[in-house]
Design a protein around this ligand. Structure first.
Ligand code: NAD
Ligand code: MG
Length: 383
């Protein structure tokens, strides 16, 4: 069945791979949104002919407007974060795929859900910062929340049998361990941006690549899994699987474990979120089982990788604590990517933020954004 999608964050790693999937299956694109890469957006407009395009950055918007001036079949252009939210809510697509990076994706996730659209979610920060707002909105609006994150897609795929899913007892959330697996705090001290950007198994955007090196990504994913699958933190075990072949597993009441495996390629989980509950052929190569001579398993080192410990503390505190951890991390990673702080400072700042308050209780969307601002201010004051 042909589908129409709106794609938020189209110029990024997930965004461009999502368009590979659309190209492969002849899916139409209703809307595209990105922050600022005009060259990439132009290519995408020429190939997919979206009706609407949102550019968040004002200078990039003007540049794109200039490039498209006078073209007869040019899309309608809109600018800014409000336009991102507006596009997310527009009728036209069968599903909205949110591949924006950071808390910048939260309002668009909520707008998608509140307008009654299914949401394919790569933007894990939506669930980390506003988990109860997002999951409540999904229930109230009766829409589907389809995970794109590979581990969460794996868990979702393992839970398609509704009878067994009722007896879900535990999640085994796999982690690659990142480029610094096995290193001590002393060895991590001098690690640079270039070292951290060299991920062994996945080619991703800069922010999530740093998050993979600090294990913040696994902390964010633990929180994401808790919201998506309704299990407490102590029922989600993080397992390092160095080769990124086992994408995660679930354990049922009878202690039977079901896992999802495949070569590490995001086009499988992206496609499953778009075609669910169907499966379609994929350009991703098949996994050669006879070549799997080694599947190594290890535990994650929270003592050394403090971001993971901080995320666990945050989820146990509840309320806005995960949002605070996320905000501190986004600010710290931005500084690290400008060579302004060291690698270990990221964990120090995230943990310091989480330890600084109790963060308890219910929250509104305004509270989430206020907490995010406070976390960013904390980082500025403590770098
Ligand atoms: P990326 O940096 O490659 O791309 C991010 C996209 O978001 C770009 O299109 C950019 O224009 C857009 N964007 C950035 N700031 C924005 C803003 N303020 N408003 C609107 N759009 C904005 O990132 P990515 O690696 O594609 O990751 C995207 C999301 O998917 C992240 O939440 C990440 O954690 C998640 N994810 C990524 C991967 C992966 O393999 N890359 C895997 C799992 C989950
Ligand atoms: Mg992941």
């Amino acid at each position: 069945m042909s589908k129409t999608i709106t794609l938020l964050g189209s110029t990024g790693s997930i965004g461009t791979q999502s368009l590979d999937v659309c190209r492969m299956h002849g899916y139409s694109v209703f809307g595209l949104a990105a922050h600022s890469r005009v060259d990439k957006l132009l290519e995408q407009i020429q190939e997919f002919h979206p009706r609407y395009v949102v550019v968040v950055d004002p200078d990039a918007f003007r540049k794109l407007e200039g490039e498209l001036a006078g073209q007869p079949d040019a899309p309608i252009l809109m600018q800014g974060p409000d336009a991102l939210r507006e596009l997310a809510a527009m009728d036209g697509p069968d599903v909205v795929l949110n591949a924006v990076v950071g808390i910048a994706g939260l309002d668009a996730s909520l707008a998608t859900i509140e307008s009654g659209h299914d949401l394919a979610l790569a933007n894990k920060e939506s669930l980390v910062t506003g988990g109860h707002l997002v999951t409540d909105a999904v229930k109230r609006n009766g829409v589907h929340l389809l995970p794109v994150d590979s581990e969460h897609s794996a868990i979702f795929q393992c839970l398609q049998d509704a009878h067994s899913a009722k007896t879900l007892e535990k999640i085994l959330l796999t982690a690659s361990g990142g480029p610094f697996f096995g290193m001590t705090t002393e060895e991590l001290r001098g690690k640079t941006k270039a070292d951290a950007l060299r991920h062994p198994n996945w080619n991703m955007g800069a922010k999530i690549t740093i998050d993979s090196a600090t294990l913040m990504n696994k902390g964010l994913e633990l929180i994401e899994a808790a919201w998506l699958f309704g299990l407490p933190e102590d029922k989600i075990q993080i397992v390092v699987q160095r080769e990124s072949i086992i994408h995660s597993a679930v354990q049922f009441a009878d202690h039977s474990i079901i896992a999802q495996l495949g070569v590490p390629d995001m086009r499988i989980p992206i496609q499953y979120a778009l075609t669910w509950p169907e499966r379609l052929p994929s350009p991703v190569p098949e996994l050669d089982f006879t070549a799997l001579t080694k599947l190594s398993i290890a535990t994650a080192d929270e003592e050394t990788f403090r971001c993971l410990a901080a995320c666990k503390k945050a989820i146990r505190k509840g309320g806005l604590a995960p949002c605070a951890a996320n905000g501190a991390n986004e600010a710290a990673v931005a500084h690290f990517l400008r060579d302004e702080i060291g690698f270990l400072d990221i964990g120090r700042l995230v943990e310091g933020m989480v330890d600084s308050d109790s963060f308890g209780g219910d929250y509104t969307l305004a509270d989430v954004h206020e907490c995010d601002r406070m976390a960013r201010a904390y980082v500025e004051a403590h770098i």
